[in-house]
Design a protein around this ligand. Structure first.
Ligand code: LLP
Length: 463
């Protein structure tokens, strides 16, 4: 983990309580490139800009809090993934990380496919113009309506998650007179997270058909018997925020093992495997994720080695990164409202958002960094906890981070790496309207998801 006991002395802060936090950077004004969108820079004025626009202008025009998405950064990451895997493989962006019509257009233009996991995501994908054949539908409990819609529009694949779903999808495809390409999601007994993976006992989860109890092989048997389903491959997804490919190695070994069994039993070589998403990003400067080309090279190597070993021809590989595409492309811009100092403990800096726009800190104990972005400051580093405006003490945005000691109401703070799973998991807790998403590029800013209003909230309240 990136937290470490604090090694610095009084040079950095007057009083440092017990706790786990990283050392303050030598210069609080410096923006660590790993966690900021690539066009972010601190100007001579001291204020930060992104996409060529001063954050103070963004706050003025769009209000705070606001998610600021760097389109150039997003597109560059799409291209990096696309180029790393090359024409012989497919990259499906996982829309659950963040989805909007503009993002779908960018994905389409940059040659990525799209993984959706609900009717709402499918509708957004189609509204954004993603060709249906480049869409994959996931989910452990897809409704019949979602399945029907997906088959009707002609999605490229439905990833089957249970025995009941095999029957359900086959029946609906039959009714519609279609033969639907499907993959089977299997659980391979591997759970990976950050630097560790555990290769036993992780079949205790709701997703997929287990390899070890024979359900995966049985699912293949059942699907192969159904005329309305075309089995194109096997799918596996092993975890989140993974920095190390050893978990994928075990997963690929087991998936390829199943392909070999299928060949032996049915005389069929399935043409595709999907190894899912889960590739990690830097949330704080201490995190050091691998680049797409490193991941692509090792996954391709692992898969071809395993296939060679099993005497199989190498199937077409696909992956489903969500976080690693959009996570680093955005930051959340907040305005400071109050500052409460607790001498000897820490300082609570309250911003105008919180757990409704970023639940990840409260939910997963996720780590983030934060910077003062509306001006530079030479004040000493002050151990801070950035909290929101919600009526709950767990409403923490950044648990432990250093801010300049002169941080004050009216200052703008930005929390980087909030592109994934922040807007998509945002809520209206305390009837707080959700912030907009503003895309910036080449000196221009435009709203791609507008701010909710109190009217929006009241519109649903029909009682
Ligand atoms: N494919 C499948 C089948 C998945 O279930 C997921 C994520 C992905 C791809 C994309 O994973 P990514 O590359 O974005 O890690 N709300 C949590 C993350 C939940 C991820 C669930 N599935 C968070 O905020 O960290």
């Amino acid at each position: 983990m990136s937290r470490s006991a604090h090694p610095a002395g009084p040079r950095h802060a007057d009083v440092l309580p017990e706790g786990h936090y990283t050392a303050p950077p030598a210069d609080l004004n410096e923006l660590e490139p790993r966690v900021w969108p690539q066009t972010t820079a601190r100007a001579a004025t001291g204020a930060v800009s992104v996409g060529g626009i001063d954050v103070r202008e963004l706050a003025e025009e769009f209000g705070t809090p606001v998610y600021v998405l760097d389109e150039a950064d997003f597109r560059a990451r799409c291209r990096a993934w696309r180029d790393a895997f090359g024409p012989g493989a497919d990259v499906f962006y996982a829309g659950k990380a963040f989805l909007s019509r503009a993002v779908v257009r960018w994905l389409n233009e940059e040659g990525l496919n799209l993984d959706v996991c609900s009717g709402g995501e499918l509708a957004t994908a189609l509204a954004g113009g993603m060709p249906a054949e480049r869409i994959a539908l996931h989910g452990n409990n897809k409704s019949s309506a979602e399945i029907r819609q997906a088959i009707q529009v002609g999605v490229g694949r439905i990833v089957l998650d249970s025995f009941q779903e095999i029957v359900r999808v086959a029946h609906i495809a039959d009714q519609l007179g279609k033969r639907q390409p499907v993959q089977i999601r299997i659980t391979v007994g591997v759970e990976a997270h950050t630097h560790e993976f555990i290769a036993t006992a992780h079949e205790d989860q709701k997703f997929g058909l287990s390899l070890s109890d024979g359900h995966a092989a049985e699912a293949v048997r059942r699907v192969l018997k159904l005329d309305s389903l075309e089995l194109i491959g096997i799918h596996s997804h092993i975890g989140s925020q993974i920095f190390d490919t050893s978990g994928f190695e075990v997963a690929a070994h087991r998936v390829v093992g199943l392909l070999a069994d299928v060949r032996d039993e049915h005389g069929v070589e399935l043409p595709e495997i999907d190894l899912g998403g889960g590739l990690g990003i830097a949330y704080t400067p201490e995190d050091d994720p691998r680049e797409p080309h490193q991941i692509a090279t090792s996954l391709a190597e692992i898969v071809s080695r395993e296939c060679r070993g099993a005497g199989l021809s190498v199937p077409r590989l696909s992956v489903e990164p969500g976080r690693a595409v959009v996570g680093p492309s955005a930051f959340t811009l907040y305005e400071v409202g109050t500052v409460k100092e607790l001498p000897g403990l820490r300082t609570y800096v309250s911003v105008d958002g919180g757990m409704s726009d970023n639940i990840r800190t409260a939910l997963y104990d996720a780590e983030y960094s934060v910077s003062l972005v509306s001006r530079a400051s030479e004040a000493r580093p002050m151990l801070s906890r950035v909290v929101g405006k919600h009526c709950e003490s767990g409403d923490i945005v950044v648990r432990d981070s250093f801010l300049p000691a002169d941080v004050a109401p009216g200052d703008l703070l930005a929390v980087p790496a909030t592109g994934a799973y922040c807007r998509s998991m945002a809520s209206n807790y305390n009837h707080v309207p959700r912030p907009p998403v503003v895309a910036v590029r080449d000196g221009e800013a435009r709203v791609i998801v507008r701010r909710e209003t109190e009217e929006d909230l009241l519109r649903l309240d029909v009682g």
